[in-house]
Ligand binder design. Sequence first.
Ligand SMILES: *Cc1c(COP(=O)(O)O)cnc(C)c1O
Length: 442
Amino acid sequence: MSPRDALLQTDASAALFDRARAVTPGGVNSPVRAFNAVGGTPRFIRSAQGAWLRDVDGNEYVDLICSWGPMLLGHAHPEVLEAVQAAVARGTSYGTPTEPEVELAEEIVSRTSVEKVRFVSSGTEATMSAIRLARGFTGRDVVVKFAGCYHGHVDALLASAGSGLATFAVPGTPGVPASSTELTLVLPYNDRAAVEAVFAEHGDRIACLVTEAAPGNMGVVPPEPGFNEFLAATCTRHGALFVSDEVMTGFRASRQGQWGLDGALEGWRPDLVTFGKVMGGGFPAAAFGGRADVMGHLSPEGPVYQAGTLSGNPIATTAGLTTLRLATPEVYDHLTRAGETIKAAAAEALTAAGVAHTIQSTGTMFSVFFAEGAVRDFDDASRTDTAAYGAFFHAMLERGVYLPPSAYEAWFLSAAHDERAVQTVLDALPEAARAAAATGRS
Ligand SMILES: *Cc1c(COP(=O)(O)O)cnc(C)c1O
């Protein structure tokens, strides 16, 4: 620990964490927030403004989590707040259709490949519902996914590969019955041969293949050129649906999500797409959408049941709509520039300290792997030196930079990450890289 470390006062966070653990499992409402992967006490955040978080002890941090993606414009954006405050004043939920739902749906349809969209309250619900719809539409049951892709905590998708390729999966957690994953096939990402083999063997039983449009939940692993198009074509050939999970990449990797970086250019579209994170503007809103004929199978138009008391909530859709309207090409240019600056400085600092690393990107999204060589799939990502990352994470935190408390995450920026915020990150990197080097393995 450097002498500075002792200066950061965290008593109020520690006290709250004690109280939280007494009444909530692990003291958190989503596991990664608990710092289990990096050690130490999570900081309890009291407020946020622009690129900055302020914790209950009064410490300030440049936020490189951005609520795990949603805060594309930065925290407490004045126009989003104004729209939300006006919406709240009109009442918070009616259980009837509302205008903001229509406007947000129109905005999503205009920017992406989808023709129709249905709102839900979380990314988990979006992928769960998309899979039900794919099964209902095709009359088939089998789902194909990739190892290392996260689609929320959907039972059928919390699955690990069984022994050997093209075998059905085993539950990835207690509480998921084997019967929930025995219709799930798990393949290595970016592996065309594995996809071909599984469709050759099970093609007529496969309802859909679901993939992160570009994986971001094992760190950023870009699809190899043409991979998404290959997946879409393979699904079509076998009468299965291609479900592209853009919950993280949507309106984040580019203005049109990952699809704007491959599908829109190469002239193909997924059958179904899931969205979340940015489109909720920091509120619980998510969506799934796609081909009009497929979406037409959804209740009340069609037979596949799906519903939600708070789906399309007027506050959440107002926040999402305002966020998307403000997410102009200039915002994405800014994210690209700030990202390039931080990536270059991280590479320089880690190289100077002799820490093995690989930086990967898709559009404006990037992550820093504490591992040598290209990361193409989950096996590669698993080579990450998590001890080195833990030391790096804490050294950055002590210097006022809040990175994701896990080595397998993207570093998220916002339109509010201005020169002062970026400079704070740059200033912290060399010392943090030396802390990572001091853990020894590198
Ligand atoms: C975050 C995420 C989800 C789950 O969304 P929740 O709102 O946390 O349920 C699903 N898919 C991807 C790709 C995600 O990044």
